[in-house]
Design a protein around this ligand. Sequence first.
Ligand SMILES: C[S@@+](CC[C@H](N)C(=O)[O-])C[C@H]1O[C@@H](n2cnc3c(N)ncnc32)[C@H](O)[C@@H]1O
Length: 501
Amino acid sequence: MTGPSRPDRPAEGDRPRGYARERGDRPGADRRGGDRFGGDRRGPRRPARPAVDLPRQVAYEAIAAVHRDDAYANLVLPAMLREAGLSGRDAAFATELTYGTLRHTGTLDAIVTDAAGRDVQRIDPPVRDALRLGAYQILHTRVPAHAAVSSTVDLVRSVGPGATGFANAVLREITSRDADAWVAKLAPAEETDPVGHLSLAYSHPQWIVRSFAEALGGDMGETARLLIEDNERPPVHLCARPGLVDPVALADEVGGAPGAFSPYAVYLPGGAPGDLRAVADGRAHVQDEGSQLVADALAAAPLDGPDGRWLDLCAGPGGKSGLLGALAATRGARLTAVEVAEHRARLVEQATRGLPVTVLHTDGRDVGSDPKLPEGHFDRVLVDAPCTGLGALRRRPEARWRRQPSDLPPLTRLQRELLTAALRAARPGGLVAYVTCSPHVVETHVTVTEAARRCGFAVDFVDARPMLPAGMPGLGDGPTVQLWPHRHGTDAMFLALLRRN
Ligand SMILES: C[S@@+](CC[C@H](N)C(=O)[O-])C[C@H]1O[C@@H](n2cnc3c(N)ncnc32)[C@H](O)[C@@H]1O
């Protein structure tokens, strides 16, 4: 690996002048007391001349906050956009830069390492984040290369002034190839190391590529299509709550389109769904179509005997409880929604206001010991278990780099315990839906099989496929269902339907 020759490359360990986090300075902060984006908090706001245009400055700040403070991009970015007064195309550009850079970080880091001739981890963090942002613009946007380079060098001038020459040289080297040519140079051969190849080509950690490939039966071509989909901007779906609004009418109202599969889904063209009247007044909520389908499948499954007591054992923040609560209202049933985290239990209360839902702030594993969660009591039980979230990576751009294989053992233990509790909560003949937004087989098939084997009473698998819309393609051989972004346009939700005997 060689880097460009550059006499002005900072020496290893050089801390650029003026960069003094230990004094409380933050990259981009105005040392005279101004805010991050040029305002002066000590006096009346006056126009400031930022070194970099605001969308790039905001994207940089969001990326830096994710890496420096372990922030979540989907939480910090909207606040930063508001603070900077960005909207419309500028906000969309800042969002694209932030999310795109975070998603592609693995591949961008390999390219920066090669172009710099030094491991990206040894570059000062503010300069490193600026280079990632610059590399993303060069390789994945229509920003002209010279503009991407000069704006990034301007950014480095404010966040790591000693490194402008270095940044300029690295970025120029990156412009020497397009994204495909960089992958051809740096990725291992597809034939000898397919996982390593896909990992570098589509910017996912190898262990995640391996787990997707396993869940897709070893089909590397399909795995590649999934990884590509994970790098796209995810669609926004609304759930038109049954009994409260018709989805076609809702689609008209919001300028969207009825969904392809869920009878409640409306696809939004863009914008801020939180601002919609239908969401504010509780006729609809934001929810991936796959989440709607798995919750609806539980409600749709045939059941002998009473059908008035429904339970959601992992309810926060309340998306599936919102749909199940609305369905319960149309069928004279009542939903008990359990959530262990207090603030999330409050979110469930907000999400189910006006619906026949009782929210319990308690541990779902307390079935049998909590008098409000008696054993053998419920007709339909949902356990939407805490999981790695590998099926929703397109919605959380930094998540793929944060998750580790070591997250699996504690999560799968909890999943087994919650599913066992759900089976105990169901009455004989009652139905349990086990759901994850992860396709990792350890969280799906292994968890379900183990819990069913060890729960202490007989359990049957119910074929879940007929509970999904007729004609829905790509549902596999059953009895469980795995949805996929690249097949169905949904998050990768897993569903197993069990009947307690
Ligand atoms: C995947 S989320 C559920 C999403 C929810 N069903 C929805 O559609 O909005 C899992 C939830 O389970 C909660 N949880 C984790 N451990 C729990 C436990 N022992 N008992 C009850 N809830 C638990 C988490 O706090 C989290 O809110």
